[in-house]
Design a protein. Structure first.
Length: 158
């Protein structure tokens, strides 16, 4: 009789099997695939309003307080950087320049986190020395926070 022992699976400290995506991550990837298909179907005739409509739909689907925060951030970004094109990215509101995502809003509900996040990708011109932040945790929006977001977005597209 041969020993047919299977190799042990590695697990993380939380007990999840490593190397596997969570249900929330898998859902985000499926949303991204759907976004890519929609963009391909629209083709070069797609307008900025198509993307904005998608973003506003995603924002409307959010629950409080993420929805209120996302609505305000959308208004700040579109006012601060009208050159950015709103679109969804992994099911989240995002803003692109020349087809590349510059910044995005990740609601706390998306991955069941403690706070929402405003993130910036590589095309954002936020370089400041050898190290700088590219994601900001948001628990509420104050007037000072809104002004800072507007300034960051302006700098990101400069």
């Amino acid at each position: 009789m041969k020993d047919t022992q299977k190799p042990a699976r590695r697990t993380t400290a939380s007990g999840e099997t490593s190397g596997r995506f969570t249900d929330d991550e898998q859902a985000a990837m499926k949303e991204h695939a759907k976004e890519l298909k929609t963009a391909a179907r629209r083709g070069p005739r797609a307008s900025k309003t198509d993307g904005e409509s998608d973003v506003l739909t995603k924002i409307a689907e959010m629950q409080e307080p993420d929805r209120v925060m996302a609505e305000r951030i959308h208004a700040i970004i579109t006012a601060s950087a009208p050159a950015l094109s709103p679109r969804t990215w992994y099911g989240m509101p995002a803003y692109a320049k020349d087809g590349k995502i510059v910044c995005f809003f990740q609601p706390a509900q998306k991955f069941k986190t403690r706070y929402a996040t405003l993130g910036f990708n590589d095309p954002a011109n936020l370089d400041d020395g050898a190290m700088w932040p590219i994601a900001y945790a948001l628990t509420e929006l104050t007037a000072a926070g809104e002004a800072r977001i507007g300034a960051l977005v302006k700098k990101a597209v400069s």
